[in-house]
Write a protein that binds this ligand. Structure first.
Ligand SMILES: Cc1cc2nc3c(=O)[nH]c(=O)nc-3n(C[C@H](O)[C@H](O)[C@H](O)COP(=O)(O)OP(=O)(O)OC[C@H]3O[C@@H](n4cnc5c(N)ncnc54)[C@H](O)[C@@H]3O)c2cc1C
Length: 298
C-alpha cells in the first residue's frame, strides 16, 4: 500500500512509523526544511511522557519521533498544494505529483493572526504569534523585539513567556480580557504583570510598533512596547481539506472524520491538531498511530 502523509509533526510521524513498520510504502511530505512540526522549535519541556515515559525538550522529542519513522521516505521543502486522486506538490525543483492508495492529512493548527483577531490600529512590524517567534528565535537565533506585550491566556501563553525568557526579552505585560491563564505563578515569578483588558489601538513609529492603547474597565491608557505577541486561539490548518472538498466540521473548523479518522472522502484520513485546534503532542501522537492502524485495515 502506498501512503502519503502530509505534515511531519507528532501525528504525521507517529502514523508514518506505524505504517512503515507494518510494511506500507510511506512518503511524508513536509513544507519546512526540517521535520518535526511544532515541537522541533520548542525550547522547553514537557514533551514525551506518554510516548517515551520521560520528560523531554521539544527538539529532542522531535528527533526521537524522526528516528522512529526511519522506515518512511521524508521529503523536506515540499509543500502539498492540492489533493485529488493524487497528491500535488510544489518542490524546489518544480511541481511534482505522487500516487497514493491512502492519504493522511496531518497539517496541524496555527494561532490566530492579527487580522483574524480584528485588532485595530496601525500595521507595523513587530506583531508575531508564539509559533512565529519560536521559528525566529529557536530556528534562526533572531530576537525580533525586547519588550513585547503578550496577548492571551492559554497554555501556549506560558510557552510564549518561556521563549521570551530564553531569548532575553522582558515582556511589559500579559494582557487578556478573561485572564484564564493556567499556572498563574509563572508570570509573577518572571516579573510580568497581568492586566485584564483589551487592545483598542496599536501605535507605530517608523513602521515599528511603539505602543498599545488598552482599555481596562472604564479607563484607557497607553503602554509603550516594541512588540506584540499573539498567543492561542488555534485554528486548524484546513486549507487543503477545504480545497479538496472534504466536509468541514463547523464547530472545530477541521475536516469531519468518522471513528477511524477517515474524512468524507474514502481513502483520505486526518489526525492531530488539524482536527480541532491545539492538544498536547502526546495526544496527537496517539491519534496518529491509531489512524495509521485504521488506514491499514480499511
Ligand atoms: C508554542 C507551542 C508550544 C507547545 N508546547 C507543548 C508542550 O510543551 N508539550 C506538549 O505536549 N505540547 C505542546 N504543544 C502542542 C504540540 O506541539 C502540538 O499539539 C503538536 O505539535 C501537534 O502535532 P501535529 O502533528 O498535529 O501538528 P504540527 O506539529 O503542527 O505539524 C504539522 C506539520 O504539517 C506541516 N504542513 C502543514 N501544511 C503543509 C502542507 N500543505 N504541505 C506540507 N507540510 C505541511 C507543517 O509545516 C508542520 O510541520 C505546543 C504547541 C505550541 C504551538
Amino acid at each position: 500500500m502506498r501512503v502519503v502523509v502530509i505534515g511531519s509533526g507528532p501525528a504525521g510521524l507517529a502514523a508514518a512509523a506505524e505504517l512503515a513498520l507494518k510494511g506500507a510504502e510511506v512518503t511524508v511530505v513536509e513544507r519546512q526544511s526540517v521535520a518535526g512540526g511544532v515541537p522541533r522549535l520548542c525550547g522547553h519541556s514537557p514533551y514525551g511522557l506518554r510516548e517515551f515515559h520521560r520528560v523531554m525538550g521539544g527538539a529532542a522529542y522531535a528527533r526521537r519521533l524522526l528516528e522512529q519513522a526511519a522506515g518512511a521516505r521524508i521529503l523536506l521543502r515540499h509543500a502539498v498544494t492540492a489533493i485529488d486522486e493524487r497528491v500535488h506538490l510544489s518542490t524546489p525543483d518544480g511541481p511534482l505529483t505522487l500516487q497514493a492508495d491512502r492519504i493522511l492529512l496531518a497539517t496541524g493548527a496555527r494561532e490566530a493572526s492579527r487580522a483574524e483577531r480584528l485588532l485595530p490600529g496601525e500595521r507595523p512590524q513587530g506583531i508575531l504569534t508564539t509559533g512565529a517567534l519560536q521559528d525566529l528565535w529557536f530556528g534562526r537565533g533572531l530576537v525580533p523585539f525586547r519588550r513585547p506585550v503578550i496577548l492571551g491566556s492559554e497554555l501556549v501563553t506560558l510557552s510564549a513567556l518561556l521563549t521570551c525568557r530564553q531569548a532575553g526579552m522582558q515582556p511589559v505585560a500579559l494582557l487578556d480580557e478573561g485572564l484564564r491563564l493556567p499556572f498563574r505563578a509563572l508570570p509573577l515569578a518572571l516579573g510580568v504583570p497581568r492586566l485584564r483588558g483589551r487592545v483598542v489601538d496599536i501605535l507605530a513609529t517608523d513602521g515599528q510598533i511603539s505602543g498599545l492603547v488598552i482599555e481596562e474597565g472604564s479607563t484607557t491608557r497607553e503602554i509603550p512596547c516594541d512588540g506584540l505577541l499573539l498567543t492561542g486561539q488555534f485554528r486548524p490548518e484546513a486549507g487543503l481539506a477545504r480545497m479538496a472538498g472534504l466536509d468541514i466540521d463547523p464547530e472545530t473548523m477541521g475536516p469531519r472524520v468518522d471513528a477511524r479518522g477517515q474524512t468524507s472522502r474514502p481513502g483520505i484520513f486526518a489526525a492531530g491538531n488539524l482536527l480541532r485546534g491545539v492538544r498536547t503532542a502526546g495526544q496527537c501522537w496517539s491519534e496518529g498511530r491509531a489512524t495509521a492502524r485504521a488506514m491499514l485495515e480499511s
